[in-house]
Ligand binder design. Structure first.
Ligand SMILES: NC(=O)c1ccc[n+]([C@@H]2O[C@H](COP(=O)([O-])OP(=O)(O)OC[C@H]3O[C@@H](n4cnc5c(N)ncnc54)[C@H](O)[C@@H]3O)[C@@H](O)[C@H]2O)c1
Length: 451
């Protein structure tokens, strides 16, 4: 006997990106009937074939199972909203050229939904928006619809794991009943997590869903951007110290291992490297700066973090140049085009920046990524070749840049690499290699802040 659906366990998710697909696929496998709505026909068509447009561990198995059991309905129609008790907005919030967030999608989604929402339904904003946005969106919705800010904290690459094991769930708003409705959806997901584990092998720790933070609307909005800004700050801080380590002979990994052992500081996000990228950190940091400026608050601490971050791809390329004298006519492999390991997302990817910088400097660049080659094509200079294996990328090259922390780059046989390369320079732009392994293979090692 199939699950009987009525409006209490029917929800809609607007936006089938990384956040929307993960939210919808998990809810649809834990007892909800989910309308997954997007204006992008291509993304909906791919979903209907039982997979997602992006690579993410476990996600395709969840989509396929939910489609087969008819609990997930990918669609370009907003009609499912008329039957939904909760409507999640997960649309994109890219930045404008001045760094301010572009909220066009947030407003157009709310406008389209507002005509269809049931009385007593809850509209939940998962998209990252500047503090103060919720009030405007709430005013666009019918009076009896409650508005909740429930910012998303999942990380691409571990999206399913993060949803099952969240550190905290923030539910901000003025309507206690609506807050509790959203909370009970998360509790239902938590109770149904065994099905997700069965389908994906990704486990939930007992009582893994950390604390619930029921806050006011503005706090919830500010929590999300503040968390991302602080993580970006840690990365840029580590990179600033790494530059000093480079000048003095200190090793940034040794430094941060000891500094991060202090529980007040914590070791995470203190790795030096080519800086952060992706669809969140860069735009969330510039969005926070511009939203603070609008309120007359100077966030120069974040402007500095952004500047340090922007400098990192050029910094590592410059370090390599000192070793090669010139890039002119040199053949260089760039391994890693995704903005981080575990995803095919190439938005603002430092690996792509590095490849383009090298090509601009006259190098012949061969690039490879295990999952992001297709996504990277349009962002790489046309002179850059993209190949399908590490060996094809590294054959006869003068230097190899490692730009994403994919395990296969770390686990490769460096003696074999040394044999097939023409030159001997390995540039570790993500500080994932053990320098002594590289030296033992007869190669030269350059990292960031490692002397
Ligand atoms: N990607 C992440 O890791 C992550 C993590 C936390 C928070 N966020 C935030 O979540 C939001 C979504 O991010 P994403 O990476 O999933 O975005 P995305 O760009 O991958 O997807 C957004 C989707 O929304 C669709 N869309 C836009 N307007 C629409 C409308 N009016 N109706 C229906 N669909 C519409 C687009 O076609 C697109 O498919 C952003 O605000 C982002 O900052 C993202």
């Amino acid at each position: 006997m199939g699950t009987k659906f009525h409006w209490h366990n029917t929800i809609s998710v607007i936006g089938s990106g990384y956040v929307g697909v993960t939210t919808a696929a998990i809810a649809a496998n834990t007892g909800y009937k989910v309308y997954l709505i997007d204006i992008n026909q291509e993304r909906i068509d791919v979903l209907k074939t039982g997979k997602s447009f992006f690579y993410e561990e476990g996600i395709d198995a969840l989509i396929k199972n939910a489609l087969d059991s008819k609990q997930l309905i990918p669609t370009t129609s907003y009609d499912g909203i008329t039957k939904s008790s909760i409507v999640f907005s997960c649309v994109g919030t890219p930045d404008n050229s001045d760094g301010s967030p572009n909220l066009d999608y947030v407003f157009s989604a709310a406008k389209a939904a507002s005509n269809k929402m049931k009385k007593d339904a809850v509209y939940v904003q998962k998209s990252t928006v500047p503090v103060g946005t919720g009030k405007i969106v709430a005013s666009m919705l019918p009076g009896q619809v409650a508005y909740i800010s429930n910012p998303e904290f999942l990380r691409e690459g571990t999206a399913v794991f993060d949803t099952l094991n969240s550190d905290r769930i923030v539910i901000g708003g003025a309507d206690k009943e609506a807050q509790n409705k959203v909370k009970s959806l998360y509790e239902t997901i938590e109770h149904g997590s065994a099905n997700i584990t069965k389908l994906t092998g990704i486990t939930a720790q007992p009582h893994a869903n950390g604390s619930y933070f029921l806050t006011n609307l503005e706090s919830a909005e500010l929590i999300k951007v503040t968390a991302n800004a602080f993580l970006a700050l840690k990365i840029s801080f580590a990179n600033s110290i790494a530059k000093l380590a480079d000048k003095t002979g200190a090793d940034i990994t040794e430094v941060m291992d000891a500094v991060g052992a202090d529980a007040r500081i914590n070791r995470s996000f203190l790795n030096a490297g080519r800086g952060y990228g992706g669809g969140c950190f860069p735009k969330d940091v510039s969005g926070l700066i511009s939203s603070a400026a609008e309120h007359g608050v100077d966030l120069s601490i974040m402007t500095a973090a952004n500047e340090v971050n922007e400098s990192m791809p050029g910094y590592i390329v410059h370090k390599a140049k000192r070793s090669l004298t010139s890039f002119e006519k040199k053949k260089i492999a760039v391994l890693g085009l995704a903005f981080k390991a575990g995803t095919s997302d190439t938005r603002r990817s430092p690996g792509i920046k590095i490849a383009n910088l090298l090509a601009n400097a006259g190098a012949y660049v061969v690039a490879y990524d295990p999952h992001a080659n297709k996504e990277a094509v349009h962002e790489l200079k046309t002179t850059i070749s993209i190949v399908e294996t590490i060996v094809d990328a590294t054959k006869n090259v003068d230097a190899v840049f490692i730009a994403t922390e994919w395990p296969e780059f770390k686990q490769q046989d460096f003696h074999e690499l040394s044999r097939i390369m023409k030159g001997n320079l390995v540039v570790d732009a993500v500080n994932i290699l053990n320098p002594s392994d590289i030296l033992k293979a007869g190669l030269q090692y350059i990292g960031i802040g490692r002397g």
